[in-house]
Ligand binder design. Structure first.
Ligand code: PGA
Length: 250
């Protein structure tokens, strides 16, 4: 397959610095020429700075943060700003993951401000969107995806030359061990594509990814869906062999 592809590990709140460096050292010994996918690893903030130093040694891997503050600086205890991420050479940042939307009550308006900050920085965003199980059952998926995309891009003029990744992650498939079925991924990716086609994205390249229980057994089938340009992977990315197995299939 020759489509542009991305294989993203979202480690969430897992791995100490020792575990993280062991993982990177292991992956450094693997044959990364087996795939043309861009590998992006998103560790915790505490591991990010150290791991980014490996970037020069393993030029196929870049690193991303799992979140960024919607504020530039100031009295926001526990938050990390976009300029802090820029200052350590971080390349990507995940915005609006469903765990942040649901557990941390992150609002669409906050996500729009984060996307704007990332857009005006040296980083590129990985925007997560997706419907809950109830929204899916009520036939609200289209409406939800449209709202999430349109509000996230509210402040962008798309003049900057950016890669914007949008991960479609149906919330009911995340961390369950069962990915969404091929038919629903196909139809929802098509919906997202149509929403994007109605936006004048000018100088930005937008790629769509799938996330939600991707593993070594379903990866190549899901990757064969039109306009799926890769994956955002949680559970299966925690084990280096499993993550590599997915990577070499795309
Ligand atoms: P999962 O997580 O692969 O464990 O389903 C995906 C995600 O939350 O991004």
């Amino acid at each position: 397959m020759s489509k542009t592809s991305f294989c993203i590990a979202n480690w969430k709140m897992n791995k100490t610095i020792q575990e993280a460096t062991d993982y990177i050292e292991k992956i450094n010994k693997m044959d990364l020429s087996k795939s043309s996918a861009k590998m992006i690893i998103c560790p915790s903030y505490t591991n990010l700075n150290d791991l980014i130093r490996y970037e020069n040694k393993i030029n196929k891997i870049t690193f991303g943060a799992q979140n960024v503050s919607s504020e530039n600086k100031g009295s926001f205890t526990g938050e990390v700003s976009i300029s802090m991420l820029e200052s350590i050479g971080c390349s990507w940042v995940i915005i609006g993951h469903s765990e942040r939307r649901l557990i941390m009550q992150e609002k669409d308006s906050e996500i729009a401000r984060k996307i704007e900050l990332v857009y005006n920085s040296t980083l590129n965003p990985i925007l997560c969107i997706g419907e809950t199980s109830a929204e899916n059952k009520n036939g609200e998926t289209h409406k939800v995806l449209e709202r999430q995309i349109n509000t996230a891009f509210e402040y962008l003029d798309f003049e900057n030359n950016k890669e914007i990744l949008i991960a479609y992650e149906p919330i009911w498939a995340i961390g369950t061990g069962t990915a969404a079925d091929r038919k629903s991924i196909e139809s929802n990716i098509k919906i997202i594509k149509n929403i994007i086609n109605n936006i004048n994205t000018k100088n930005c390249n937008i790629y769509l990814l799938y996330g939600g229980s991707v593993d070594e057994n379903n990866a190549s089938d899901i990757f064969s869906i039109d306009d799926v340009n890769g994956f955002l992977i949680g559970t299966s990315s925690l084990d280096v062999e499993r993550f590599y197995d997915i990577y070499r299939q795309i």
